[in-house]
Design a protein around this ligand. Structure first.
Ligand code: PXG
Length: 442
């Protein structure tokens, strides 16, 4: 397809865009019509460097040929097969490759998105507790500022107020840990902060309040992404693990962003060497070519379900029409090959210090009140214009876009998470462009 083949939509109104200021967008639309490698291309032929891997999902860069070929081949052969009480070989093959990537997790269940992975993990936790005779454990503990997608389960355990306040009571029996973000102690820290490990003790307070016998699981993002890249203090996740273990509470890591190389390891649980009982994934699992998610289940949990259910009975009443869709599995298998053949996770680990320096070179730019980073995730927090939260970052977003760089903003924080194929000179381009933009924002 060439640029001249593309028709610019003349009806922008019919689509109610997700998580978008529809009215502003439709006055001044921003569109991409092609992508390749590190870049998007706009209808007027401009190249925009992807500083965010789409929405944290295109970890291997855009339009990777082996993934395209695999999807094409699969759609010609088997477009769809049901996944309930019947199967197709690719879903088993992909599951086996995924469990082979990480020690101690012998099973996965497929979903179609991060939100579905979160709902699935929460339901697994409840059902598991009941299966082992702990039916009174029905509460979930999330964390302030957490993002776990947009299902009712996810927004209930999530901790971002605008995502919750319109939607009534949501799930009941939820409590939240305090978040770990503290500029007074940790502003401009490179990597994990020293201060804040004690915040994990907040879980003991919540357990004392509700009693451990009522709590099924704790869910946190190992690095909180959507809310603006909040890096866990050193030892914090390990301490959460210890407290959960002590009280028989399952620990769920939401690795929808941190999975598949973002921190320079397959998964954050490997990077931090802290093993949750369940962890959710999506996004990078197929390099975003076909929507998919997966929940990884620690050894023993699947067996508990198998042993508890009567013969010939379904063991877990849950799943989606498209769980393990053939096209998603084909894309996923090819994606893992690309990650391995390009050694992309190691590349992310190697590049991370360079990325860190580039980001921290922006520390003294206008209005910057924090720079933080881990692996190939980074954030630049701007001081909000009094009475006008988000305005400054949105201004930066538009100006960066005009200058050929896609960034992501949340509140007044700029988040960066480029594809792991990024070159050093492109990291420089990101830093230079953001620096220039910050000189001109309101
Ligand atoms: N958990 C986490 C940790 C996520 O980051 C989800 C669940 C939900 O995934 P789905 O596939 O249902 O969207 C997410 C998604 C952003 C941004 O710019 C982040 C997400 C999605 C869209 C935008 O911060 N994270």
């Amino acid at each position: 397809m060439s640029i001249s083949d593309v028709t610019i939509p003349n009806d922008l109104d019919s689509l109610w865009m997700p998580f978008t200021d529809n009215r502003s967008f439709k006055k001044q639309p921003r569109l991409f019509i092609e992508a390749e490698g590190m870049h998007y291309i706009t209808p007027d032929g401009r190249r925009v460097l992807d500083g965010t891997s789409g929405l944290w999902c295109v970890n291997a860069g855009h339009r990777r040929q082996p993934i395209i070929d695999a999807v094409r081949k699969q759609v010609e052969k088997l477009d769809y097969a049901p996944g309930f009480q019947i199967g197709h070989p690719l879903s088993f093959e992909f599951a086996s490759k995924l469990t082979g990537m990480v020690k101690e997790y012998s099973h996965v269940m497929f979903t179609n998105s991060g939100s579905e992975s979160v709902d699935t993990a929460l339901k697994m936790a409840l059902a598991y507790q009941r299966t082992i005779g702990e039916a009174s454990r029905t509460r979930f503990i999330g964390r302030e500022r957490g993002y776990h997608g947009v299902g009712f389960g996810g927004i209930s355990v999530g901790g971002i107020s605008p995502n919750r306040k319109m939607f009534g009571n949501m799930l009941t029996g939820i409590d939240h840990l305090s978040h770990t973000h503290n500029l007074e102690h940790n502003a401009f820290t490179r990597g994990q902060p020293d201060w804040g490990t004690h915040l994990a003790e907040d879980l003991e307070r919540i357990v004392a309040l509700h009693d451990a016998s009522t709590i099924a699981a704790v869910i946190v993002e190992p690095v909180a992404g959507s809310t603006g890249v909040l890096i866990p203090p050193k030892g914090y996740l390990k301490r959460l693990r210890e407290i959960c273990t002590k009280h028989g509470i399952l620990l769920i890591f939401d690795e929808v962003i941190t999975g598949f190389g973002r921190l320079g390891d397959s998964f954050a649980n490997e990077y931090f060497d802290v093993k949750p009982d369940l962890f959710t994934t999506a996004k990078g699992i197929t390099n975003a070519t076909v929507p998919m998610g997966a929940v990884f289940v620690r050894d023993g949990i699947y067996d508990a379900f198998m042993n508890a259910a009567p013969e010939n009975a379904i063991e877990f009443f849950h799943g989606y029409t498209y769980s393990g869709h053939p096209l998603a599995c084909a894309a996923g298998i090819a994606t893992l090959d690309v990650y391995r053949n390009d050694d992309l996770f190691a590349r992310a680990a190697e590049l991370a210090p360079y990325f860190e320096s580039a980001l921290h070179s922006l520390s003294d730019s206008n209005n910057v009140i924090d720079v933080r980073n881990l692996g190939m995730m980074g954030a630049i927090e701007l001081e909000s214009i009094p009475g006008k939260p988000t305005f400054r970052a949105m201004d930066a977003f538009q100006k960066a876009f005009d200058a050929g760089l896609l960034i992501r903003t949340t509140g007044d924080t700029i988040a960066l998470s480029p594809p792991l194929i990024i070159e050093k000179k492109q990291v420089d381009f990101i830093a230079d462009t953001v620096r220039t933009v910050l000189n001109t924002v309101h």
